[in-house]
Design a protein around this ligand. Structure first.
Ligand SMILES: C[S@@+](CC[C@H](N)C(=O)[O-])C[C@H]1O[C@@H](n2cnc3c(N)ncnc32)[C@H](O)[C@@H]1O
Length: 262
């Protein structure tokens, strides 16, 4: 694990380091159940499936405990993970012990321009405050033919937005400033940062709620056949997210974007 010179200095960066110091063991617990791993693997496949043929230089920005990075490395050996939280990265040893890891701030990326073919952000953009700056760094890290593949909390549904606002305000496991995005809003941010969005869709309803976070909502742990129930939810979610109107139930928004030609 290397430590970047450009380590976090802002107050949000420090708050994120503190928050994730405490969250790191919870992530290990989250991914310790067969049913939650099944859901995460489906989510990962949805994202990894967007990597264009021939892409080899991969960055997982905000890789956390490396559970996603481990799968990325299976498909793309040598993928790099960066996270601001050293405590989160330390957990990654159990999933991907040989990974190339960097402790650093996504808002001050310590990489040369155009040195990646694909940059992934799974739930990290909303932890930062200057979203356009974050995305501009992603664009600079990508080659002209590169691709950004993101999944972030979706707030298009007013009920989901309200539930999140209450949870984030009340629970010590969230930062009230880490709000989600509307589909239109995240597309606009990408465009401001010089990207052209090529695909955007919502993902995760029942499987997200019941299988995604056993550290917050653990009811499936006690139900026999929870892996089959999760498979059923994954299939149902996919159908619902494909139906205009009902896709508003999706808890995440996935984005594929390419640097706009100059
Ligand atoms: C919701 S977690 C997601 C972790 C991982 N991608 C996953 O799906 O398990 C968000 C991660 O973003 C990291 N993070 C927050 N702000 C960051 C920043 N400015 N630079 C790099 N990583 C950051 C946190 O430390 C945390 O590990």
């Amino acid at each position: 694990m290397t430590s970047s010179d450009s380590m976090a200095s802002g107050s949000n960066a420090k708050a994120q380091i503190e928050l994730h110091k405490e969250l790191a063991p919870r992530y290990a617990y989250r991914y310790s159940f067969e049913f939650s791993r099944l859901f995460q693997q489906d989510w990962h496949a949805e994202m990894i499936g967007q990597v264009p043929a021939g892409a080899t230089r991969i960055l997982d920005l905000g890789c956390g405990t490396g559970f996603f990075l481990a799968e990325l490395c299976e498909h793309h050996p040598g993928a790099v993970g960066l996270d601001i939280s050293h405590e989160m990265l330390r957990v990654s040893d159990q999933y991907v012990s040989e990974a190339r890891l960097v402790t650093g701030d996504a808002e001050r990326l310590p990489f040369r321009p155009a040195c990646f073919d694909a940059v992934f952000c799974k739930g990290s953009l909303h932890h930062t405050r200057d979203h356009v700056a974050f995305l501009t760094h992603c664009r600079k890290a990508l080659g002209e033919e590169g691709v950004l593949i993101m999944s972030e909390p979706c707030n298009d549904n007013p009920f989901i937005r309200l539930a999140r606002a209450i949870l984030y305000a009340k629970s010590p496991h969230f930062d009230v400033g880490d709000q989600g995005f509307t589909k239109k809003g995240i597309v606009g941010l990408c465009e401001q940062a010089g990207f052209e969005v090529t695909r955007v869709w919502r993902y995760g309803i029942f499987a997200y709620v019941f299988a995604g976070f056993p550290d917050h909502l653990g009811i499936l742990r006690f139900i026999p056949g929870n892996a089959w129930i999760t498979r059923l939810f994954i299939g149902l979610d996919r159908v619902l997210c494909a139906i205009p109107g009902l896709s508003l139930l999706g808890f995440h928004v996935l984005v594929v974007a390419r640097p706009r030609a100059k």
